[in-house]
Design a protein around this ligand. Structure first.
Ligand SMILES: Nc1nc2c(ncn2[C@@H]2O[C@H](COP(=O)(O)OP(=O)(O)OP(=O)(O)O)[C@@H](O)[C@H]2O)c(=O)[nH]1
Length: 339
């Protein structure tokens, strides 16, 4: 279960700054949990008030209805909510769980179990290729470029990996400029193409450069206009095909960014993208700006895709590996990260 950066990545052993980074992690994790709690206050306050008003009062039919409503309002998703509430109700009725605090803790556990990846490695990102090619997809504005920037910073500056970025969103000059800014900040290489040029050729050149340099990771940014599913599918498939001319087993990881503030709509977008290309994981961004943080659980349950990273703000420190237990605790108001 990825708790921190060194945990998120599967590597062949410590390289570069790994050891130093690992030593700093517990402290950083506590700091991040605090920010996670604070930045998700919109969801937490909405849910917390309902939990106080239901699980800590006399339990009756209205308790479970109100709880169900609150979870649905937080975008946990109707099916998942019904399952979780039915389970909690059954345990309360049988006397297995008693009292507001125990019921809240059990609810946290039930929610966390939905968001946990099926097995440990499913939530991780395998960096054991030379280089590992990561393709970032998602609708424009969901935070794709920012995520790539933050990810490259952590990989290059904090974990000592060498990273090449490929600016294959060639339709918007601003997207390339934004990525160039991140390349400079992270100290990594970047491959760009002229505005309007073939995204596939930029992706090809980026992987080629990564191989020539002996880089550890190549991250490809892609355009995300969704007005035409066929076109999107063609373009993403083409990028994959040209990458495979360089490395037949690449891309090794395809991550989709989903904007949490778009709720169930974001979930449908992710569904469309995963029909266009095989997707390995979700980066859920802008959790700080919404009272609907439960969408992280709906994505895991309804798409069957692991959430691997979450964004809770615009600073570098606001992108972190997703930990289901910490997330559920932050969502319902517990003050301490999972042990
Ligand atoms: N509050 C908040 N803002 C975020 C987060 N992640 C990204 N953003 C902001 O969202 C906006 C869009 O991010 P981009 O990275 O430009 O999005 P994109 O998907 O690459 O979109 P294009 O650049 O249009 O292709 C930027 O202003 C980011 O700073 C987050 O976790 N929280």
């Amino acid at each position: 279960m990825p708790r921190d950066w060194t945990d998120l990545f599967l590597t062949d052993g410590p390289a570069g700054g790994d050891a130093a980074a690992a030593a700093q992690e517990p402290e950083k994790r506590r700091g991040f949990f605090k920010r996670l709690r604070e930045n998700m206050s919109k969801t937490r306050q909405a849910l917390g008030a309902e939990i106080q008003a239901t699980l800590f009062e006399t339990l009756d039919e209205e308790t479970w209805e109100r709880l169900e409503e609150a979870l649905i309002m937080a975008d946990v998703g109707a099916t998942t909510t019904a399952k979780v509430v039915a389970q909690l109700e059954a345990e309360a009725e049988s006397g297995a769980v008693e009292g507001g605090e125990a019921l809240t803790n059990r609810l946290i556990e039930l929610l966390a179990s939905i968001a946990r990846p099926k097995d440990e490695d499913a939530g991780r990102i395998d960096l054991r290729h030379s280089p590992t090619v990561i393709m970032a997809v998602g609708v424009n504005g969901t935070g794709k470029t920012t995520t790539i920037g933050k990810l490259s910073y952590h990989l290059q500056k904090e974990l000592g990996k060498s990273v090449v970025l490929g600016a294959a969103d060639t339709f918007r000059a601003a997207a390339t400029e934004q990525l160039q800014g991140w390349a400079k900040r992270s100290g990594c290489e970047i491959v760009i193409g002229p505005e309007g040029s073939d995204p596939g050729s930029v992706a090809f050149e980026a992987v080629k450069k990564g191989r020539e340099m002996g880089a550890d990771i190549v991250i490809i940014d892609t355009a995300g206009r969704l007005h035409n599913q066929d076109h999107l599918m063609d373009e993403l498939s083409k990028i994959r095909r040209v990458i495979q001319k360089q490395m037949p087993d690449a891309p090794h990881e395809t991550l989709i960014t989903v904007d949490a503030t778009t709720g169930q709509n974001g979930l449908r977008q992710a569904q469309l993208f995963s029909q266009a290309v095989p997707v390995d994981g979700v980066v859920l961004t802008k959790l700080d700006g919404t009272a609907k943080g439960g969408i992280a659980l709906a994505i895991s349950a309804e798409l069957g895709l692991p959430v691997k990273l979450i964004g809770i703000g615009e600073t570098l420190e606001d992108l972190r590996p997703f930990d289901a237990d910490d997330f559920a605790k932050a969502l319902l108001g517990t003050a301490e990260p999972a042990a």
